[in-house]
Structure formats: C-alpha cells, structure tokens
Design a protein around this ligand. Structure first.
Ligand code: URA
Length: 235
C-alpha cells in the first residue's frame, strides 16, 4: 500500500499518527540547513543579517539567536508558527524541539519536508522569556520581517499553525475553532489554519482534526495547481 494512503487509513481509524521519531534512544538532531544559492540576488542574506542583528524590541536582550527560518528559498509551501522556544533559541532554527518533531511528522504525512519543499518561519524571530505569548508591540516590530520573507518566497499556499500565528496573520481575535476549515488570504496568498503541534502534544485527541486540516490544505494546493480558485470551506 502506498505509504501516504496507509497513513490516511490509519488516521481514519484514529490510530496514533505522528509519533516523534527517536533514533537509538536519542532525539534525532535537526538537519543542518544546506547552503543554497540566493535566488533574490542577496536580499535573503540582507534580511537574514537584519534579523540576526535586530534590536527592534526588548526580546533581543534575552534571546540567544534570532531564529530566521528554514527551508528551500523557492517553494510553494510556507508554514508559520508563533515564536522560537528554548531549543529553537539555542540552535537558531524554527521548530526543532518536541513540537518541531511533531510538526515534521505532520508535514511528512502530506509529502512536505523542510529539506526539500516547505519553508518554515515564525511570527516572532526572538524567543519570549518562558515562552509567554508575544506582546502586540513585539509582533508589530517583527511582522515586517515575515512579510519580507513572504514577498521573497512568494508561496502558493500558507499554513498557520496555532492561534497566535493565525490571529496575527489574519488580524483577528476569532478563536482557532472558527478559523479552521476554510481558506483565508494573506494578501493574495491562500492561508489555511490548523492546531499548533505543541497543543497537539498536550491534546492528542485533536490530532485527527489536525489531520483533516492538513488534508484540506493539500486539496486546496492541488486545486490551485489545476487552476481552481482557492476559496471556500471544507466539505
Ligand atoms: N513553536 C513555534 O511556534 N515555533 C517554533 O519555532 C517552535 C515552537
């Protein structure tokens, strides 16, 4: 049976999906970001340096690393989370802790991999102390970096993971439950919303709903490739 089809069957049966991968009893390390040619003629590198050196908000005093983003610089998919956690702050790469391992497994289930075909970034580039929610002034200071990343990447579809990312990208305070299951827009780009993997680690019973969101996003993308307008709700 095709692996993807098998995962769908397993999901339909409610069988645990997306167990974090453990190699030899130890947590598998995140792959190092491969050196890539900059298709923008240097703008990515400029932006990366600005993030590294950023002092636009107080978070620069407590962070270890500004966490820029990871993935191919030409790709159709962009996944956006909230802010770096402790492990991301230490390593300078988004989603490399426990939630990141679950995110990778979720993305693999729809054929996406940060090493080849999905870019991953956060609304905030610096870790809020003790992983508290971002403050509005921190989001205002940092969002322009993400907007520039989106302009350079020009993704065909965006997936916002979690309430904080979704609400800030869509400029709404609607609850996540109301934002799931339909196609939004960020500028011209279709945007689908799902749960944050850290929430799913705490609430595994909602993984099935997250799987519905991922299949929805994959369908929206496939329709886009066929020229079908990406609007509407999940059937
Ligand atoms: N949670 C996020 O939203 N982003 C990360 O990079 C890590 C955890």
């Amino acid at each position: 049976m095709h692996a993807a089809r098998q995962r769908e069957y397993l999901a339909a049966l409610g069988i645990e999906l997306w167990q974090p991968r453990v190699a030899g009893g130890a947590t598998a390390p995140a792959p190092a970001a491969p050196a890539q040619p900059d298709p923008s003629g240097g703008e990515w590198e400029t932006l990366r340096r600005e993030v590294r050196e950023c002092r636009r908000c107080a978070l620069h005093t407590t962070r270890t690393n500004g966490v820029f983003g990871v993935g191919p610089l030409r790709t159709d998919w962009l996944v956006i989370g909230e802010a770096p956690g402790a492990e991301e702050d230490r390593r300078g790469e988004p989603f490399v802790g426990a939630a990141g391992q679950l995110l990778d497994a979720m993305l693999r289930a729809i054929g996406l991999d940060r090493g080849s075909n999905v870019y991953i970034a956060n609304v905030l580039k610096s870790r809020p102390p003790h992983n508290r929610d971002p403050k509005p002034e921190e989001v205002s200071a940092c969002l322009p970096f993400l907007v520039r990343q989106i302009a350079l990447l020009q993704p065909k579809i965006m997936l916002a993971v979690g309430r904080i990312a979704a609400q800030n990208l869509l400029a709404t305070d609607a609850p996540l439950a109301r934002l799931r299951g339909r196609v939004h827009r960020f500028g011209d780009t279709p945007l689908v919303v799902t749960y944050h993997p850290a929430y799913l680690l705490r609430t595994p019973g909602d993984k099935r709903k997250a799987w519905e969101d991922l299949k929805f996003a994959r369908n929206v993308y496939q329709q886009l490739l066929q020229g079908v307008p990406a609007d509407g709700h999940r059937a």
